[in-house]
Design a protein around this ligand. Structure first.
Ligand code: UDX
Length: 446
């Protein structure tokens, strides 16, 4: 009989994973402790923005006309325990308030709630990003609490999906990494991922700590690459170089690669910033903190980008924000997402507002979340409305819509034609031709 899969936690990762598993042909039951999320998903609606996800969900969720009916959602642990052969734990591990370490309470609670319902052989697969050593601890806990005892086994299978590309990254991952302790666990996971494996995704089998570390190491490397190019942007600004050309030239070297060398106001989101901090905290606990001191620098270069943008904007409007109208294009931490968690754009907007600037923000998808997080900022319904009467325009999230703006049209709406490109994706020639004073991070001023 085909494997039956459950997905615990239906946030960003869980909802995507559940829909993708149904797409691969499995019967899937998703669980969330929040009844409202279960209702929304059961009705075929996704409570956040991710390209293509709602369509995928509707193709499979039971009750939606024409669906395969392979996908259902529940709040019942008992139902999940009885239903599943393989249980994916997809709850989040946010940064603890005022600390570097991440909060493991959702993962712990998931295992504690599920285990007592595992009366027959089952594989519990952790996907959340956790401090190395967690899987070992959770495996012991699972065996202790599950009536099936050692037949209830743990495996670790980190998730590498990017927001905006979540479905593609789940159905056709760059690699599948599994930390396992038995052949049975490996076989089950090979069965789950049979299609992507057949289509060429490498399948890397390893132990628990290595599987946990692959995720934090990958995110640390990506963060380091971004901070490296941002450090080069700082040097370019003082030396008169152009970081965009520099990155292009560096990228031609295969050993370096082109990707993740976009200089700007730095990285944000729910993953990179908290993952490098949690990694440092964990290394400290293990007595390996020296190995990761460079990540402190990666983090501080990144945070400096935001204040640098604020400083540039202040300088551009004559030294003080008071009485100045600042238009901010972009609120999300990256395009094709409505996520404003640790968003550099919103952080810059907030800092300027706190310094007395009159800020108006526009974002194609992030308005609702931005308003909730920062209700005191001004918001406009379009880019054109946001820039009306502005003394300076800041481009802070690189949505395609902003790249396609006509600087001539915008120029007629602003008080002063001054733009700062915090993402290096606007065309300086076009904007300057339309009479704008154009500045970008790490690029020559004219
Ligand atoms: C990241 C990892 O890429 C993914 O593998 C992991 O599973 C979760 O964390 P995500 O947070 O969705 O994914 O975003 P990503 O595309 O990695 O971008 C992160 C941040 O870096 C964004 O704020 C983006 O604007 C910034 N960034 C990215 C740059 O500033 N420059 C770049 O060259 C690339």
């Amino acid at each position: 009989m085909a494997l039956r899969i459950t997905v615990i936690g239906t946030g960003y990762l869980g909802a995507t994973h559940a829909a993708a598993m149904a797409e691969l042909g499995f019967e899937v039951l998703g669980l969330d402790v929040v009844a409202e999320k279960v209702e929304t998903l059961s009705a075929g609606r996704v409570p956040f923005y991710e390209p293509g996800l709602e369509e995928l969900l509707r193709r499979h969720v039971a009750g939606v006309a024409g669906s395969t009916g392979r996908l259902r959602f529940t709040t019942s642990w008992e139902e999940v325990g009885t239903f599943g052969d393989v249980h994916f734990v997809c709850v989040n591990t946010p940064q603890k308030q005022g600390e570097y370490a991440c909060d493991m309470s959702y993962v712990d609670r998931a295992v504690d709630s599920l285990a007592p319902h595992l009366t027959r052989p089952a594989l519990v697969v952790g996907k959340s990003t956790v401090p190395v050593g967690s899987a070992e601890r959770l495996a012991r806990r699972l065996t202790e609490l599950a009536p099936a005892g050692e037949a209830a086994e743990l495996a670790w299978n980190p998730e590498f999906l990017r927001e905006g590309f979540a479905i593609e990254d789940t159905l056709r991952p760059d690699r599948i990494v599994v930390g396992v302790r038995s052949e049975r666990a490996e076989e089950l996971l090979r069965e789950v991922y049979a299609k992507p494996i057949a289509e060429g995704s490498p399948f890397v089998v390893t132990d628990f700590p290595t599987a946990e570390l692959v995720k934090t190491a990958a995110n640390s490397f990506l963060a380091t690459k971004i901070s490296f190019i941002n450090a080069m942007a700082e040097v370019c600004e003082t030396a008169g170089g152009d970081v965009v050309k520099l990155a292009e030239a560096l990228g031609h070297d295969d050993r370096i690669g082109r990707k993740f060398l976009r200089a700007g106001i730095g990285f944000g989101g729910g993953c990179l910033p908290k993952d490098i901090r949690a990694f440092m905290a964990r290394a400290g606990e293990l007595g390996a903190d020296q190995a990761l001191t460079f990540l402190r620098e990666v983090d501080s270069i990144n945070m400096r980008r935001r204040s640098h943008m604020v400083d540039l904007a202040r300088e551009t409007v004559g030294g003080a924000f008071l009485g100045q109208r600042v238009a901010v294009l972009g609120a999300t931490f990256k395009p094709d997402s409505d996520d404003v968690r640790d968003s550099p754009a919103l952080n810059v907007a907030g800092q300027i507002h706190l310094q007395g600037g009159q800020v108006t923000v526009y974002d194609p998808k992030g308005m609702e979340n931005a308003r909730r997080v920062f209700p005191t900022l001004g918001y406009a319904e379009s880019a054109l409305d946001a820039v009306r009467g502005a003394d300076v325009v800041l481009h802070l999230t690189e949505w395609r819509e902003f790249r396609e703006l006509d600087p001539q049209v915008l120029g007629e709406a602003v008080a002063r034609r001054r733009v700062l490109d915090g993402r290096n994706t606007l065309d300086p020639v076009l904007w300057r031709k339309a009479g704008w004073s154009f500045r970008a991070l790490g690029r020559p001023t004219a």
